[in-house]
Design a protein around this ligand. Structure first.
Ligand code: HEC
Length: 128
């Protein structure tokens, strides 16, 4: 049995690490994705980017929950999807870098970034 022990320890540590990273959203990763994917398109198609401080934390939360993007023309989840990332990764570094990240994790990261810079946060963040 003795030689097995280190293997078990390594497996346990790996499992712990995986559960920790699944729980804690990564606002930095969210910022990179929001700026390089979401904002780049908003700058192209709208008059400018949409700042995190455009909405309160609760408004961002219900916006993402409602999942109606561009006045309901499509869904916001689509822009977090692996499918969308795959479609732009040849020309978008953030989409390429996070190509394999589960959709829900990426969305949680962006949500954390948006609420950290929301209108009613301690650090309202504008993109201008
Ligand atoms: C391919 C281009 C494109 C991408 C990528 C994109 N958006 Fe948009 N977004 C738009 C357009 C166009 C509108 C404005 C639609 C209108 O006003 O008719 C918009 C509007 C919005 C709005 C304003 C409210 C609304 O839905 O009209 C929010 C908030 C928003 N986008 C969030 C996001 C987030 C978050 C992402 C990234 C996960 C994202 N968008 C990615 C094109 C894009």
């Amino acid at each position: 049995m003795k030689p097995l022990k280190p293997v078990i320890v390594v497996l346990l540590l790996a499992a712990m690490g995986a559960s920790i990273s699944a729980q804690a959203a990564d606002a930095k990763r969210g910022r990179v994705y929001y700026r390089m994917v979401c904002s780049v398109c908003h700058m192209e198609k709208l008059d400018g980017p949409i700042s995190p401080s455009a909405k309160t934390k609760a408004e961002w939360s219900s916006y993402l929950q409602a999942d109606k993007h561009a006045k309901g023309k499509d869904t916001v989840k689509y822009y977090f999807s692996k499918e969308y990332r795959a479609s732009i990764k040849a020309r978008n570094q953030a989409a390429a870098k996070y190509a394999e990240l589960p959709d829900a994790e990426l969305m949680a990261d962006v949500k954390m970034f948006l609420s950290a810079g929301a209108k009613d946060s301690d650090t309202p963040t504008s993109c201008d």
